[in-house]
Write a protein that binds this ligand. Structure first.
Ligand SMILES: NC(=O)C1=CN([C@@H]2O[C@H](COP(=O)(O)OP(=O)(O)OC[C@H]3O[C@@H](n4cnc5c(N)ncnc54)[C@H](O)[C@@H]3O)[C@@H](O)[C@H]2O)C=CC1
Ligand SMILES: C[N+](C)(C)CC(=O)CC(=O)[O-]
Length: 328
């Protein structure tokens, strides 16, 4: 990423943003619009589809009851949504732009260049792309320094995570500005220093999905088996603790170090169709130290109790655990 002290990203500080533009208003753009509206922003939206306006309003209306039950920001209203006739109108007064157009590289390149030309100087534009590196998308823009990736998860108004990363020609300050803005707007942010196709979470999801497709293709598992294996199994724990700390607890009091000594050699067994990394000392130490850091002072016993409470909460919230006194 290119760093410049002269380029001021955003004419407004992340805390003072009031107006956000959503360009592309399908599943994700509509979800973003609902999120920003619920957080009390004015939202302008543009989408070239002839029925885009009514479709977007239906999407926002469908999300609103859930957002209301979670708690709206002061002044939040669906009336603060304006659907414009042109892209230029949507971004003219925007203090942040979220692009959510179809996942086609040429389309994104042209659109980001058009957005750059129409958006006030310094305003940061984030792409919702599921995996294209910004370096490949920013090639046609006159000012690529303010273009970042802000990868959401469906639906963006409920799933907190956004992965933020710039391209080779993005100003590092624009990445920092976008990360801070998303935090202010109520998201959980991972800011990446390196461009990795698919970012972090999609690479993990795709690895799992690839294995699932292998098993379905070869008749080893049904689609139902695949889904049940996650929703009734590891998925319950992953809502509470990620795969690293979850596996650290598989090592009992010995934590991740014992887990690696005990089960590390099984990486070589043909459980996965992906190639396993070499479990050398460097990787071993990085994983053990990373788990210690993530535990942040919590003992194994603390983590076990936290995981158990969390799994019980998830089971209860999804209607799979019955309250005391229930007969079932
Ligand atoms: N669907 C998902 O679960 C997720 C999608 N994404 C990303 O979000 C972006 C949008 O995907 P979806 O909302 O799923 O697609 P979608 O097909 O639901 O919506 C795309 C919208 O873009 C509009 N559009 C077409 N050409 C356009 C242009 N030139 N300029 C602006 N808008 C244009 C379409 O009319 C449509 O309303 C993609 O980059 C995708 O990879 C990211 C996370 C999750
Ligand atoms: C299927 N997908 C690649 C578009 C998924 C995402 O990008 C994130 C999500 O919502 O899971």
């Amino acid at each position: 990423m290119h760093s410049s002290e002269t380029t001021a990203p955003g004419t407004t500080s992340p805390e003072n943003v009031r107006r956000v533009a959503c360009v592309g208003a399908g599943v994700i753009g509509g979800g973003w619009a609902a999120h920003f509206l619920a957080r009390g922003y004015d939202v302008t939206a543009w989408d070239p589809a002839p029925d885009a306006g009514p479709k977007l309003r239906r999407l926002v209306d469908a999300a609103w009851p859930a957002l209301t039950s979670l708690g709206l920001a002061e002044g939040a209203s669906t009336d603060r949504l304006t659907v414009t006739d042109t892209l230029e109108q949507a971004v003219a007064d925007a203090q942040f732009v979220q692009e959510s157009a179809p996942e086609k590289l040429d389309l994104k390149r042209d659109l980001l260049a058009r957005l750059d030309a129409a958006t006030p100087p310094g305003v940061v534009t984030a792409s919702s792309t599921s995996g294209y590196p910004m370096t490949d998308m920013q090639t046609a823009a006159a000012d690529p320094s303010r273009l970042v990736v802000g990868h959401p998860f469906n639906p963006p108004y409920l799933i907190p995570l956004v992965e933020v990363v710039g391209g080779e020609r993005t100003d590092a300050a624009a990445v920092a500005w976008a990360s801070r803005f998303y935090e202010v707007a109520g998201k959980s942010v991972i800011t990446m220093d390196h461009e990795v196709p698919g970012f972090i979470a999609n690479r993990l999801q795709e690895a799992l999905w690839r294995e699932a497709l292998h098993m379905v293709a070869s008749g080893e598992a049904t689609v139902r088996d695949i889904d049940l294996s996650i929703t009734e199994g590891p998925g319950l724990r992953w809502a509470v603790m990620g795969p690293m700390l979850t596996f650290a607890l598989a090592g009992g009091e010995g934590g991740m170090a014992h887990m690696l000594d005990h089960f590390g050699p099984s990486l070589k067994s043909p459980w996965t169709r992906l190639e396993a990394p070499e479990l050398d000392k460097e990787l071993y130490d990085a994983v053990v130290a990373g788990c210690d850091e993530a535990a942040d002072g919590r003992s194994i016993a603390d983590l076990v109790a936290e995981r158990d409470r969390g799994v019980i909460d998830v089971l209860r919230a999804t209607g799979r655990l019955h309250r005391e006194g229930d007969s079932r």
